[in-house]
Design a binder for this molecule. Structure first.
Ligand code: NAI
Length: 329
């Protein structure tokens, strides 16, 4: 069984090597993203392995199908970049539902601690023997209210971490987790009462631009917004306006609406064309990391194990339905 692995990065291969590729499975690692221009690389393969910034829209699905590809194995949890409806009756789709909720939740907290206590600024200052504390004051997280939107695997780990800091937690989820002990409130209350808001829901039509001018207007002045979920949960222009108006106190962004054009590549020698991204990065109260929240050794090992398992079980005729993504109208 032959797997075409798209958007390969240096950290991908060791995880799969460590896990071990079973006999009968052959993986070819391709550097380009999967999209309309590169889909022909999948000719002769039984399945494709894709990540967050590969484009698997209806035309790519049709092209894969006509090339004889039978399955898409996502090596990530989110599947908003795959047209699941278009896959119906053509390609089976599997994902890695959980590789390390701890990795993502811990990164969300790392971003919050950094932006609040300005460790990113302090690091640069002391390297230059500048020991001034000017402008480095943060606030205690203890006693503050954090609003968590999406209380699935990652959101709940993040809630536990916040509890450890002595923070109050307000939660919102379309499907509240029974028995979680979380204090669920309606979104307007969460927006109005939270000092910090962290997004942990998937990107769907319903959650697209959940954070926009209207929701920002309902928030506390100085609110810190953390997004380690998907870029399009936030209307970037509205976020920039909120920061410029001093309504939003800070933003911690591991994901960005147009990240597919930039993230995971080195643009340090280029003029970056995306003015919104450049504006965000220019702001002292914004931290951007390039979709790295998942990047721990444990997560990479789990990604490899689940992806190989998804592939092998599908081709053995015993697909793992717990990891399968099916179209839900
Ligand atoms: P999960 O499926 O365990 O939890 C998602 C939660 O969101 C569920 O409780 C669900 O009920 C809730 N939800 C669904 N629709 C909602 C809505 N309209 N409003 C509010 N809540 C809603 O997923 P998990 O593993 O916690 O991951 C959350 C998200 O994190 C993923 O969808 C993915 O986009 C993102 N992610 C980001 C990574 C990174 O490296 N930055 C890595 C892994 C995931």
């Amino acid at each position: 069984m032959k797997l075409a692995f798209f958007d390969t990065k240096s950290y991908d291969v060791p995880g799969f090597d460590r896990y071990g590729i079973p006999a009968g499975v052959e993986i070819k690692y391709f550097e380009p993203n999967l999209n309309e221009d590169t889909v022909s690389l999948a000719a002769g393969f039984d399945a494709v392995c894709v990540f967050v910034n590969d484009t698997v829209n209806a035309s790519v699905v049709d092209a894969l199908y006509s090339l004889g590809v039978k399955a898409i194995v996502l090596r990530c949890a989110g599947f908003n970049n795959v047209d699941i409806k278009a896959c119906q009756g053509k390609l089976r789709v599997f994902r890695v539902p959980a590789y390390s909720p701890h990795a993502v939740a811990e990164h969300a907290m790392a971003l919050l601690l950094t932006i609040n206590r300005r460790t990113h600024k302090a690091y640069i200052r002391t390297r230059d023997f500048n020991f001034s504390l000017q402008g480095l004051a943060g606030f205690d997280l203890y006693g503050k209210t954090v609003g968590i939107i999406g209380t699935g695997k990652i959101g709940r780990v993040f809630a536990d971490i916040c509890k450890g800091f002595g923070m109050h937690i307000l939660a919102y989820d379309k499907f509240p987790a029974q028995g979680s002990g979380l204090n669920y409130v309606a979104l307007p209350e969460l927006f109005a009462k939270s000092d910090i808001i962290s997004l942990h829901c998937p990107l769907t039509e319903e959650t697209h631009h959940l954070i926009n001018a209207d929701s920002i207007a309902q928030m506390k002045k100085g609110v810190i917004i953390i997004n380690t979920s998907r870029g399009s949960l936030i209307d970037t222009e509205d976020l920039i306006s909120g920061i410029k108006e001093r309504k939003v106190g800070a933003a911690c962004l591991d994901v960005y609406e147009e990240e597919g054009d930039f993230f995971y590549e080195d643009f340090s020698g280029h003029i970056v064309e995306d003015d919104k991204l450049v504006r965000l990065i220019s702001m002292p109260n914004v931290i951007v990391t390039s979709h790295q929240a998942f990047l721990t050794e444990e997560a990479l090992d789990n990604i490899a194990a689940t992806t190989v398992n998804n592939l092998v079980r599908f081709f053995q005729g015993d697909p793992d339905t717990s990891t399968e993504v099916c179209y839900k109208p």
